[in-house]
Design a protein around this ligand. Structure first.
Ligand code: GCU
Length: 595
């Protein structure tokens, strides 16, 4: 008996500790290239402020039968919410709501012999439990990465009842934790699909150019089962490539091969190739680009030429709608404005954004920096938090590793030096490298200070040596008054490594004019002058290899209390919440056009 108990306890402990990890490993690659049925649309919803729903098993969706029966809930004919979308932007009463909301919908499934069915969520913020036909089929934590559950044995042909318990209450052990400078939009915020695959299917593949060689493509394929001697084909018709691979006893196969006349992807020429991965009667297609990106000394090389990152950040938010961005049309709006500004890179703040944005950015020619929300106050001493962060970054890398636009994996934003932080971030870098070693690892720091004796800006955080590229958030002229004339400001930061200014800027209320020397004027003139000053400073940073203004659009944040200048908005946007360009936008545009 003792033996059995120990085994059970160990399994329970492992599942509790690593439960999420399993779902991260099970992510199938390229859901958008697979056979799927959309479950998007109007879902029924119940607001569960005191978390009574699970206790009352409302996911059973019981109906009264006998005369004495009654149930104090019903999912029918009640509140309805759009999926995908956050709940905050759908009802005035939910603007500030933080807690549990139940979503539910019914669906039928076309009977398909010998197929497996997966329930896929593009993202749910922040944590959720999923129930299908009265059975809990899984949980997920993390508001910005996809997950899926195998529902083959639970799903029926008719009248399936799917319930999702979503909670977005902030907790100290979460990622992000208790406070962050963006709106805590809760809900099923991205696409929901039923994905069908063969019994044994192509679960994962990696098809990218070698990190350094311009004519060598590396391919890895993983089946969903450890079946040996299965043949898998990888084709790139335009390059006359048809690679036949055979799986080993882990169900995996890999190959490297040379190609001729490859047109490498770049922002100026975002060439994508049709790639077909097939095995048996399963065929998955997607467009994949091939490029080399690496650092040498203080330079970042794209396709063997030094590149300057003309970047911008935006949150995954449509300001006019005061809600999360989630659709292809939303991606077009955000990225068109970045293209108009003359950017060749986007720093997707501060969390993995939806796949429409990532795929369209690649198609339009933007290099991407993606990060998980390790944002200021993370509990670096909490082992469970570390494992959650590892799971989150693996889900991000698993999803986007075939996107050649992805140039940077960001592991942190504005963390303070400490041994626990160093261990935590080294673990995240290791998690990235387990899946992909071809991107540049970076992190943003707000530790640059002005040394009065030396009259230089400097930074002291040895952790930067763990990174390929060092990034600095520095708000000269906003949070930090100028200690020296901008054009006299000399930087001695991360010498020997490429440096990116990953955030700079200041606030202005669109249409508010005022004194260009007074920050509290919150005027477009002041913001414009701030941009002129920062650009003057950039010319004195010897290893500067990119800048990324904070931020493209005004965005919502509970941090921002000022009753007329902010009203729950962070006004650092170059474009207002109504979509109008401020004076500073034109200054940045001119700087990028001249670069
Ligand atoms: C920080 C942080 C951003 C924040 C910005 C600001 O650097 O990284 O998330 O929005 O400053 O204060 O506006």
């Amino acid at each position: 008996m003792r033996k059995v108990i120990n085994k059970t306890l160990l399994t329970l402990l492992l599942f509790t500790l690593f439960g999420n990890d399993i779902s991260a490993q099970d992510l199938m690659t390229n859901v958008y290239g697979r056979e799927r049925q959309s479950l998007n649309g109007k879902w029924d919803a119940i607001i569960d402020l005191y978390d009574q729903g699970r206790r009352n098993k409302i996911y059973l969706n019981k109906k009264p039968e006998g005369k004495a029966d009654f149930y104090e809930y019903s999912f029918d004919h009640g509140l309805r919410l759009n999926v995908p979308s956050d709940w905050n932007s759908q009802m005035a009463e939910l603007k500030y709501y933080e807690g549990t909301v139940w979503y539910a919908r019914r669906f039928d499934v076309e009977p398909q012999k010998d197929k497996r069915l997966f329930l896929y969520f593009g993202a749910v913020n922040y944590r959720c439990r999923v129930y299908l036909n009265g059975t809990e089929i899984g949980q997920h934590e993390g508001g910005f990465t996809p997950f899926q559950f195998d529902v083959t044995d639970v799903v029926k042909e008719k009248d399936n009842f799917l319930a999702v318990e979503v909670n977005d209450t902030r907790t100290t052990d979460a990622i992000p934790a208790m406070s962050f400078d963006w709106w805590n939009y809760g809900g099923i915020t991205r696409d929901v699909f039923l994905v069908s695959t063969p019994q044994t299917y192509i679960k994962d593949y990696f098809v990218q150019l070698d990190k350094y060689k311009s004519d060598k493509i590396d391919v890895r394929v993983q089946l969903s089962a450890a079946n040996a001697n299965v043949s898998v084909n990888v084709e790139i018709p335009e390059l006359n490539v048809k690679q036949s691979l055979v799986t080993d006893n882990q169900g995996s196969a890999k190959a490297s091969f040379n190609v001729k006349k490859l047109q490498r992807w770049s922002p100026d020429s975002p060439k994508l190739y049709d790639v077909i991965v097939s095995s048996g009667n399963e065929k998955i297609e997607e467009k994949i680009g091939f490029r080399n990106i690496y650092t040498k000394g203080e330079d970042i090389y794209l396709n063997d030429k030094p590149i300057f990152m003309k970047s911008i950040s935006f949150h995954e938010e449509i300001p006019q709608r005061k809600g999360r961005a989630f659709s292809e049309a939303d991606a077009v709006m955000l990225l068109s404005e970045a293209k108009a500004l003359g950017c060749n890179m986007i720093r997707l703040a501060h969390y993995p954004q939806n796949e429409y944005i990532v795929r369209l950015a690649e198609k339009m020619g933007f290099l991407l920096w993606e990060e998980i929300p390790i944002w200021q106050g993370i509990d670096f001493e909490n082992d469970a938090t570390r494992l959650k962060a590892g799971n989150m970054i693996k889900e991000m890398v698993m999803r986007d590793k075939n996107r050649c636009a992805l140039a940077f994996w960001g592991v942190a934003n504005e963390t303070q030096p400490s041994a626990p932080r160093n261990e935590f971030l080294k673990y995240l870098i290791q998690c990235c490298n387990e899946i992909d070693t071809t991107r540049l690892i970076t992190a943003a720091f707000d530790l640059v200070r002005f040394n009065r004796e030396r009259q230089v800006f400097f930074m002291d955080d040895p952790f930067v040596k763990e990174l390929d590229v060092v990034a600095v958030n520095k708000y000269m002229g906003w949070y930090h008054p100028w200690p020296i004339a901008p054009d006299k400001a000399v930087w001695d930061v991360a010498a020997g490594q490429p440096l990116i200014i990953s955030e700079f800027g200041g606030e202005a209320l669109y249409g508010q004019s005022g004194d260009r020397d007074v920050a509290s004027s919150w005027s477009e003139e002041y913001q414009a002058r701030l941009y002129e000053d920062n650009i003057a400073m950039f010319n004195n940073i010897p290893n500067l290899r990119g800048v990324s203004p904070w931020i493209l659009f005004d965005f919502r944040s509970p941090f921002r209390f000022h009753p007329t200048n902010q009203e729950d908005w962070n006004r650092k946007g170059l474009v207002s919440d109504q979509g109008y360009r401020k004076q500073a936008w034109y200054i940045m545009k001119e700087y990028y056009d001249k670069k």
